[in-house]
Ligand binder design. Structure first.
Ligand SMILES: Nc1ncnc2c1ncn2[C@@H]1O[C@H](COP(=O)(O)OP(=O)(O)O)[C@@H](O)[C@H]1O
Ligand SMILES: [Mg+2]
Length: 231
């Protein structure tokens, strides 16, 4: 039994898109994740994995149910409080990176904390993080469009951890990467987890999923625990 501290508690989450739509993309999702655990979520494309992750992150209000993170009810907060909570506690790695195309690699990494911290201090921290994720200095002043998919992914990871978040939500963090880059990202996420960070990782890659301490499958709006997959 895991007696660790509760990080995330998702209760009976419901979500559908559009008023006339009858299909609930999320149809009563429950999930509990302890601190410093890596929880993988698998399921075919279109089943609602990104929707679930956005609901957990406070980016998309569910129709019903609740999300509690670090004992805060995410959707009971005001929008401003939720946004502050997100900035200090949650790192989000988007499926399509969402790097800002008119800003350099370094500027993208410091962006989440730009209004909270001293810029010079942030720049030093960003440089350390870019080194950690294997982005050479020669790329620091480049614009994201000139980077490869693997490089963009690593910049997005550096940006997601600049605020030392308690939890990182990753949406297909290794999608479209070759095996070598995929293995680097997995190793990096494992190292971040070792520092005590909780990881929720949505993936359709079973080799990535099985790095987790637990694996859930999203199917027809419901989340069920998988027996550990051993390839
Ligand atoms: N903003 C939206 N408006 C309407 N339908 C959406 C929206 N976002 C996602 N969907 C639909 O919801 C379903 C689940 O999408 P998504 O959460 O992206 O699934 P996954 O990440 O598992 O591929 C899909 O059928 C998708 O087309
Ligand atoms: Mg998705």
């Amino acid at each position: 039994m895991n007696w660790g501290i509760e990080m995330l508690y998702v209760h009976n989450l419901m979500k559908k898109y559009g008023n006339n739509e009858t299909l609930n993309i999320l149809d009563g999702v429950n999930l509990e994740v302890k601190e410093a655990v890596w929880c993988s979520i698998v399921g075919p494309s279109g089943t609602g994995k990104s929707t679930l992750l956005k609901c957990i992150a406070g980016l998309l209000k569910p129709d019903d149910g609740s999300v509690r993170m670090l004992n805060h009810d995410i959707y009971s907060m005001t929008e401003e409080a939720r946004s502050n909570f997100r900035r200090t506690n949650i790192g989000f790695i988007f499926q399509d990176f969402k790097l800002l195309s008119h800003y350099s690699v370094l500027e993208n990494v410091i962006m989440p904390l730009l209004y909270d911290k001293d810029r010079k201090w942030l720049m030093e921290k960003a440089k350390d993080l870019l080194k950690l994720v294997g982005i050479p200095e020669s790329l620091h002043n480049r614009l994201p469009d000139s980077l490869s998919g693997g490089e963009k992914q690593r910049v997005a990871i550096a940006r997601s951890i600049i605020g030392d978040p308690e939890i990182i939500l990753c949406d297909e963090p290794t999608g479209n990467l070759d095996t070598k880059n995929r293995d680097r990202i997995i190793e990096l996420l494992l190292n971040i987890q070792k520092r005590g960070t909780t990881i929720i990782c949505v993936t359709h890659d079973l080799e990535v999923a099985e790095k987790g301490d637990c694996v859930y499958r999203l199917n027809e709006g419901l989340l069920t625990k998988e027996e550990m997959i051993h390839l």
